[in-house]
Design a protein around this ligand. Structure first.
Ligand SMILES: [Mg+2]
Length: 110
C-alpha cells in the first residue's frame, strides 16, 4: 500500500475506498463516564468539543440507570447495567470508536 494512504474500514467511507491519512471520516464516538470522563473532565470536554467541530458525533454510554443521572457536554445513553456494546448498538447502530476505562463492560452485564 502506498505510503500515506490506508484502507477505510469505518462507516462514512465506502468499503475499499482509499483515504489520505489526515482525512476526517465522520465517526460515532462513545465515551464512558465513570473512570473515563471523570478522570479528567476538562480533557474530555475539550475532546468532545473538538470532535463535534470536526464532524463527529459523540455520545456518552454509561451503565448507570437514568435515576443516577450525570452531566456531560454530549448526549447521554444509560444502559441500566446492560452490556454496553449490545445496548448502544441497538440504540445508535455501529459505534465506530469506544473510549472506555473498563472495556469488559462492553460485553458483560453489570
Ligand atoms: Mg468506566
Amino acid at each position: 500500500m502506498a505510503q500515506g494512504v490506508r484502507q477505510a474500514v469505518r462507516a462514512g467511507a465506502e468499503e475499499g475506498q482509499l483515504i489520505q491519512i489526515g482525512d476526517v471520516v465522520p465517526s460515532l464516538i462513545a465515551i464512558d463516564y465513570d473512570g473515563t470522563f471523570t478522570a479528567d473532565p476538562g480533557l474530555w470536554r475539550d475532546f468532545i468539543a473538538s470532535a463535534v467541530a470536526r464532524g463527529h458525533r459523540v455520545v456518552c454510554v454509561t451503565m448507570r440507570h437514568p435515576h443516577e443521572a450525570i452531566e456531560m457536554p454530549c448526549e447521554i445513553f444509560y444502559t441500566g447495567r446492560r452490556a454496553k456494546l449490545a445496548a448502544a448498538t441497538e440504540a445508535f447502530g455501529k459505534i465506530d470508536i469506544w473510549i472506555e476505562d473498563s472495556p469488559h463492560w462492553l460485553f458483560h452485564d453489570g
